[in-house]
Design a protein around this ligand. Structure first.
Ligand code: FAD
Length: 679
C-alpha cells in the first residue's frame, strides 16, 4: 500500500514541530546587528549546523549562525526534501546554488567547468546526490598524521564521530530481495545520530547485476565498506529518512531539533563579508566578530563574538572569507588591495577535487526507476547508489608499480618547478607523498578510482571518478569586494597519473558493462561509442567531457604552518587565538569517498574540541541569544571600513525560500551530473 502513497508535501504547517518552527531562524539582518554572541558561526551548511547544534546545547552559551542562502523550507522545498528531486527537479542552477565556475582548464581545452555549491540552510547537504560512503582507515590515518594529532584526527576517532552523527536503518525486506548482494554490518554504523542513512525504498535488479559484473572484472563485492576498508563493490547507503522517504541533511538533522533554543539565532540571506580582528596582542590575532550584508551595496552590519568565530563556509568560500579578512598570502592580498593581517601562504592552496566522466548505454530489457512529480513517495525515494572502489592493480595490472614510481619523479619535478611559496610546495610534497604511499602504491590496495552505476533519463551509465588526484589547484579572491567570485582553478589533469587513472577507468567501465550479467540488461553503448578505442581517443574524450564530481577540499588544510597549513590540530587558524575553520576545506588530502560522512565526522570532532576548550561562562553571561555590544567593535548599520561602500538599507529579507519554477530535468547529481551533461 505504501507504494501508492503520494509524495509528502512536507508543509511545515503540518509538522508536529510547526509551533516551534523557525523560532530561531530569521531573514531580518537587523536582529543580529550590534549584538554579541559567545560564538558566531559563518555558514549554515553541513558543518556549520552541526557545530551550532552542539555549541548551543548548553544554554549558558549563545550562538549565532549567518547563512548566505535562504531557509531550505518554504516554496520549492520539494526539490531538496524529495530524494529523487535530484533527478527530475534539481536545486542546482537555482538561487540555492552559488553557481561557481572554474577558470579555463589548461589540460582540458581551456574549458570552464560548472562548480555548484549549496547556498541554503544545510549547504551542499541540501542539494547533493545523497551518497553516504566512507574513505579507508589508511587515508584517515594519513590525515591524522598530517594534522599532527593522530589521536584526534586519525581513523579511530573520526570513525567514532561519523557514527555519532548517524542514524542507520537497514534496507527493507523487499529491497533486499531485489538486491541479494546488498550487505552491511550494523556494527559499523551509528544508531543514535541526527542523520539518517539507509537505502531507497525501491530497487532494480540491474543494480545487483552491476555488483556481479564488477566482481567478474576484478573488484570483489564488499560485505562492509564502512569499517575502514572501502575497496570493493557495494550498494551504498544514502542520506534518506525511511520514515517519510525524505532527504536527511544538516537542516532537518541538526537544526530542526535545536531551533527553539533561546540561545541560538540563525540569520539567513546574509553574506559574511569579513571577519573583524584585533591585532593588538603581538602573540595572536583575536577575532572580535564579523561583518555581513544582504547583498552588494546594502547595509553592512556587525555582530560581535565574545569567544570565537567559526568559519564553515565550505571549500570555496572559507578561504575567500579568510583572504577578505587579511589572512592569506600577503603579496597576493596586496595585489587586490587587501591589507595583510596574517601572512599565511597556504590559504586557498592545495585545492583537490574528484574529476568524473561516464560511459552510457541505451536502456535494455530490465526495469527502470520511475520518478517525477506524479510518482509516489517511495518511488521518489530512489537515488542511484551502486558503487565500486577500484584499486591500482585492477586498473594497471603489473605495470601499476612502475606508473607510481614515475608519478613520484613527476611530483618531485613539478614541485621544484612550481612558482609557489616554499610553504605551499611543502604542503604539496607532504600530501602527495601520503597519497602515493597510502592509496596509489599498489601494495596499499587503495581506491584511486570510483565507478558509479546510474540510471539517467532513460539511459544507463557507469560513471568513473578519480579519487586521489595529484593535481593541485587554488581558490583565490580576485577583489576586495566580497561579492566578486573568487578565481577557482583546480588545475585538473596537471599530474599525468590523474589522466592515466581516468583513461583506464573508462576502459574498465566499458568492460564492466560488457560483462555478464550486466551486459544482458544493457542496450547499445551510446557514449563515448565505438569510435573511441585507443588511449589517445579516451584521453581526448576525458579532456573534452569530464566534469567535477563535486568534492573540492583542502583549501584551508590542517597541516603544520611551515608546511602550508592554515589550521592547526585544534582547527585554529594559525596566528589567531579564537578563529577556527570547521568544514571540508580542512581535510588535507582528497579522500576516496564522497565527502559528507567525513565532514559530519570532522564537524562533530570540531565541536567537541571547542566545547572541551571552553571556560565556564562568567556569571554575567545570560542564557538568551545575543546581548548588547561589548568591546570596541562597531554596532549595527553601515560600518566604516567595509568593503561595500553602500549605505542602502537592506530592510531585512524573508526567511522563506525564493519562489522558483519547477523544472522537468535534473542538471546535476553527484555522479549523475556527468550524465546529464553528456545527454
Ligand atoms: C551537487 C553536489 C553533489 C554532491 N553529492 C554528494 C554526495 O552524493 N555525497 C556526499 O557525501 N557528498 C556530496 N557532495 C559534497 C558534499 O555535499 C560537501 O562536501 C559537503 O556538504 C561540504 O560541507 P561543508 O560544510 O564544507 O560546506 P557546505 O555544506 O557547502 O556549507 C557551506 C555553507 O556556507 C554558506 N556560506 C558560504 N559563504 C558564506 C558567507 N560568506 N556568508 C554566509 N554563509 C556562507 C553556504 O551558503 C553554505 O550553506 C556533493 C556536493 C554537491 C555540490
Amino acid at each position: 500500500a505504501s507504494t501508492q502513497r503520494r509524495a509528502p508535501s512536507f508543509s511545515s504547517q503540518d509538522s508536529p514541530l510547526a509551533g516551534m518552527l523557525r523560532r530561531s531562524v530569521t531573514g531580518n539582518g537587523n536582529t543580529l546587528s550590534g549584538q554579541t554572541f559567545d560564538y558566531v558561526v559563518v555558514g549554515g551548511g553541513l558543518a556549520g549546523l552541526v557545530v551550532a547544534n552542539r555549541l548551543s546545547a548548553d544554554s549558558n552559551f549563545t550562538v549565532a549562525v549567518i547563512e548566505a542562502g535562504a531557509d531550505a523550507y518554504g516554496a520549492g522545498q520539494e526539490r531538496i526534501l524529495v530524494p529523487a528531486g535530484n533527478l527530475y527537479n534539481s536545486a542546482l542552477r537555482s538561487a540555492q546554488d552559488w553557481n561557481w565556475q572554474t577558470e579555463g582548464q589548461a589540460e582540458m581545452g581551456g574549458r570552464q567547468l560548472a562548480w555548484p555549491r549549496g547556498k541554503v540552510l544545510g549547504g551542499s547537504s541540501a542539494v547533493n546526490g545523497l551518497y553516504m560512503v566512507r574513505a579507508s582507515a589508511a587515508e584517515h590515518n594519513s590525515w591524522g598524521a598530517l594534522a599532527g594529532d593522530s589521536d584526534r584526527w586519525g581513523w579511530d576517532n573520526v570513525y567514532r564521530a561519523m557514527k555519532k552523527s548517524e542514524h542507520f536503518v537497514p534496507p527493507s525486506a523487499s529491497v533486499q530481495e531485489v538486491l541479494p548482494d546488498l550487505s552491511y554490518n550494523a556494527a559499523s554504523h551509528g544508531q543514535d545520530g541526527s542523520i539518517y542513512t539507509s537505502w531507497p525504498g525501491v530497487a532494480y535488479s540491474s543494480t545487483n547485476d552491476f555488483l556481479q559484473s564488477m566482481a567478474a572484472t576484478g573488484t570483489a563485492i564488499s560485505s562492509d565498506s564502512y569499517g575502514g576498508e572501502n575497496w570493493g563493490a557495494f550498494v551504498a547507503q544514502s542520506s534518506i529518512n525511511p520514515n517519510d522517504w525524505s532527504r536527511s541533511f544538516s537542516r532537518n538533522g541538526y537544526l530542526d531539533t535545536a531551533q527553539d533554543r533561546p540561545n541560538l539565532s540563525v540569520l539567513t540571506g546574509h553574506t559574511v563579508t569579513k571577519v573583524l580582528t584585533d591585532a593588538s596582542d603581538a602573540n595572536a590575532v583575536r577575532a572580535t566578530g564579523v561583518q555581513y550584508a544582504a547583498a552588494s551595496g546594502q547595509t553592512v552590519h556587525t555582530v560581535n563574538a565574545r569567544r570565537e568565530v567559526i568559519i564553515s563556509g565550505g571549500a570555496i568560500n572559507s578561504p575567500q572569507i579568510l583572504q577578505l579578512s587579511g589572512i592569506g598570502d600577503a603579496q597576493q592580498l596586496q595585489r587586490i588591495g587587501i591589507d595583510s593581517i596574517i601572512d599565511l601562504p597556504g590559504v586557498g592552496h592545495n585545492l583537490q577535487d574528484h574529476l568524473a566522466s561516464s560511459v552510457s548505454w541505451a536502456a535494455g530489457s530490465g526495469s527502470y526507476p520511475v520518478t517525477g512529480p506524479d510518482a509516489s513517495a517511495i518511488q521518489n525515494s530512489f537515488v542511484n547508489s551502486a558503487i565500486g572502489y577500484v584499486n591500482m592493480t585492477t586498473l594497471f595490472g603489473s605495470s601499476a608499480a612502475d606508473l607510481v614510481n614515475d608519478a613520484r619523479s613527476e611530483v618531485a619535478q613539478r614541485i621544484s618547478a612550481a612558482n609557489m611559496r616554499d610553504e605551499v610546495k611543502r604542503a604539496w610534497n607532504a600530501t602527495m607523498t601520503a597519497q602515493l604511499d597510502k592509496v596509489l602504491d599498489p601494495a596499499a590496495n587503495g581506491s584511486p578510482l570510483e565507478l558509479l552505476f546510474a540510471y539517467v533519463f532513460g539511459s544507463i551509465q557507469i560513471q568513473l571518478a578519480s579519487q586521489t588526484p595529484l593535481s593541485r589547484g587554488t581558490v583565490l579572491a580576485t577583489s576586495a569586494d566580497p561579492f566578486q567570485a573568487p578565481a577557482i582553478d583546480p588545475q585538473y589533469l596537471s599530474a599525468a597519473i590523474d589522466l592515466a587513472i581516468m583513461r583506464e577507468g573508462f576502459k574498465l567501465a566499458r568492460r564492466v558493462g560488457e560483462t555478464q550479467p550486466l551486459a544482458a540488461a544493457l542496450g547499445n553503448e551510446q557514449s563515448p561509442g565505438s569510435g573511441v578505442q585507443t588511449d589517445r581517443q579516451f584521453e581526448a574524450f576525458i579532456r573534452n567531457q569530464a566534469q567535477t564530481e563535486y568534492h573540492p577540499s583542502s583549501t584551508c588544510s590542517q597541516l603544520p604552518r611551515a608546511d602550508g597549513g592554515v589550521v592547526d590540530a585544534n582547527l585554529l587558524v594559525y596566528g589567531t587565538s579564537n578563529l577556527r575553520v570547521v568544514d571540508a576545506s580542512i581535510v588535507p588530502i582528497a579522500l576516496s569517498a564522497h565527502l559528507m560522512t567525513a565532514t559530519y565526522g570532522l564537524a562533530e570532532v570540531g565541536a567537541e574540541l571547542i566545547i572541551e576548550a571552553r571556560t565556564p561562562p562568567p556569571s554575567s553571561t545570560t542564557s538568551s541569544a545575543g546581548s548588547e555590544p561589548t568591546g570596541s567593535s562597531t554596532g549595527g548599520g553601515s560600518s566604516a571600513g567595509n568593503n561595500n561602500g553602500g549605505s542602502t538599507s537592506s530592510g531585512g529579507q524573508s526567511s522563506g525560500a525564493p519562489t522558483l519554477s519547477v523544472r522537468s530535468a535534473a542538471l546535476f547529481v553527484c555522479g549523475a551530473a556527468v550524465a546529464s551533461l553528456l545527454l
